[in-house]
Write a protein that binds this ligand. Structure first.
Ligand code: NAD
Length: 432
């Protein structure tokens, strides 16, 4: 089948590449010329394990193309996936749908034969209705079908998640499109993915409800960790004890910093904003948002306590600054609020991240990137393990540090407290 992915970011690029690997002809379109030029040279603009190899393989065998020409790409394709961003509106909580509606307008000007138009982007309930309205201004409704097919992949595991999804959700009021999409996804269904056909609005809400639920689970265990710290309990015992209950499940029950990334923060806000629009109060999700927003401050106050409130001129090293491991994505990472706050108090911050220098800290005073884990640690007063990269999981701190020992604040509970303490380091972690 001929597919066009509009928006070649984390979702558009990964799903486009995976669809091409399944034998489809895919054009990935982006308005960002630099991104497209890089991809044409076989270079991948994002860090995602395994992606580069698949891009090169499928670009070489001509199953995958890259373009900035939206009209031509739409006209050459049967199925159009909208994969552009839906960030939070500036100064608000609702989703900014301007990229989606701009694309809908462009599609409406380019329809030359029947098209299935799919939102893979995460969009609030009724967005599909609006896309349909925009396109039907210039096109008869029998020339196109608007479908919702939310994407559930996780950055860092994106190829695996796309290839072996738990479920494929298709929201469509049109049976013909449903048949075509079931066929498109048949290689994944035959590997065990559940295929769910529902209404377009339900598919839109399934995505938001899922993300809000996962964010709730993370926030729940983070709050339980706060209680564990006060009561001398190891939160990991609680996670195991709870997680073994099949009704609860063990995933997303690991305490750590505030959740971040390109999805949970914006999607929790957007779903409450949608609910407000429909005069429904999603009070649980609202309190999750509040709790998560407070979490970075809570962890910062712990840092102040650990350093006896003497922050000025303290050398603090961050190991990892992205919102989680195996991605270069900085969107809404808790480091974005913690590092500036510590810098404001006079700390000297160094950071190491396996995905390199981050322009986000360019203008923050006394923040520097060190391109070597060991060098970033030497001379530190405090080391904050912010992200759970494998690179940080078996550091021999004692061997690295010959002289003055630093304090370790392990926000991911990577290390065993007794083992680190026995090496003579002061060690703090989350909820234990
Ligand atoms: N990142 C994730 O892990 C993830 C997972 C599931 C769902 N989603 C959802 O998928 C959507 C995309 O997320 P993302 O992280 O891939 O975003 P992204 O910012 O990485 O990529 C979006 C791309 O769209 C391009 N774009 C914008 N307007 C365009 C236009 N008119 N024509 C062509 N290209 C255009 C941008 O240049 C950008 O490259 C969002 O709604 C997000 O919530 C993301």
């Amino acid at each position: 089948m001929k597919l066009c992915m509009i928006g070649t970011g984390y979702v558009g690029l990964v799903s486009g590449v995976c669809f091409s690997d399944l034998g489809n002809d895919v054009i990935c379109v982006d308005k960002d010329l630099d991104k497209i030029n890089l991809l044409k040279k076989g270079q991948v603009p994002i860090y995602e394990p395994g992606l580069s190899e698949l891009v090169v393989k499928n670009y070489r065998n001509k199953k995958l193309k890259f373009s900035t020409n939206l009209k031509k790409s739409i006209q050459e394709s049967d199925i159009i996936f909208i994969c552009v961003g839906t960030p939070t509106k500036k100064g608000g909580t609702s989703a900014d749908l301007s990229q989606i509606y701009n694309v809908a307008k462009e599609i409406s000007l380019s329809i030359n034969k029947f098209k299935i138009i799919i939102t893979k982007s995460t969009v609030p309930v009724t967005t599909g209705d609006e896309i349909e309205r925009i396109i039907s201004k210039r096109n008869n409704k029998n020339r196109f079908s608007v479908v919702s097919n939310p994407e559930f992949l996780r950055e860092g595991e994106a190829i695996r998640d796309f290839t072996y999804p738990d479920r494929i959700v298709i929201g469509s009021n049109d049976l013909k499109s449903n048949r075509v999409l079931k066929n498109l996804y048949s290689p994944l269904i035959s590997k065990g993915a559940q295929y769910i056909h529902t209404s377009r609005r339900a598919a839109e809400l399934i995505k938001y409800a899922s993300n809000a639920f996962l964010a709730t689970k993370v926030t729940f265990i983070n709050e339980i960790a706060n209680l564990c710290e006060k009561t001398g309990i190891n939160v990991e015992d609680i996670s195991i004890g709870m997680g073994l209950d099949k009704r609860i499940g063990s995933r997303f029950l690991r305490a750590g910093p505030a959740y971040g990334g390109s999805c949970f923060p914006k999607d929790t806000k957007a779903i409450t904003s949608t609910a407000n629009r429909f005069k429904t109060d999603l009070s649980v999700i609202k309190s999750v948002i509040r709790s998560n927003e407070n979490r970075s401050n809570l962890l910062l106050s712990r840092v102040y306590e650990i350093l006896n409130k003497k922050i000025k001129n303290k050398k603090i090293t961050f190991l990892g600054v992205t919102f989680k491991a195996n991605t270069d994505d900085m969107r809404d990472s808790s480091s974005l609020s913690m590092i500036p706050a510590l810098s404001k108090k006079g700390a000297i911050i160094r950071y190491f991240d396996p995905t390199g220098y981050k322009k986000e800290f360019e203008k923050i005073k006394n923040v520097s990137f060190i391109n070597n884990i060991k060098k970033s640690l030497i001379g530190s007063d405090l080391v904050i393990i912010h992200t759970e990269w494998n690179d940080f999981k078996s550091l021999n701190f004692k061997q690295i540090i010959k002289g003055k020992k630093f304090i370790i604040y392990d926000m991911r509970n990577i290390y065993s407290p007794s083992k680190i303490k026995s090496q003579g380091f002061k060690y703090f972690s989350i909820g234990r």
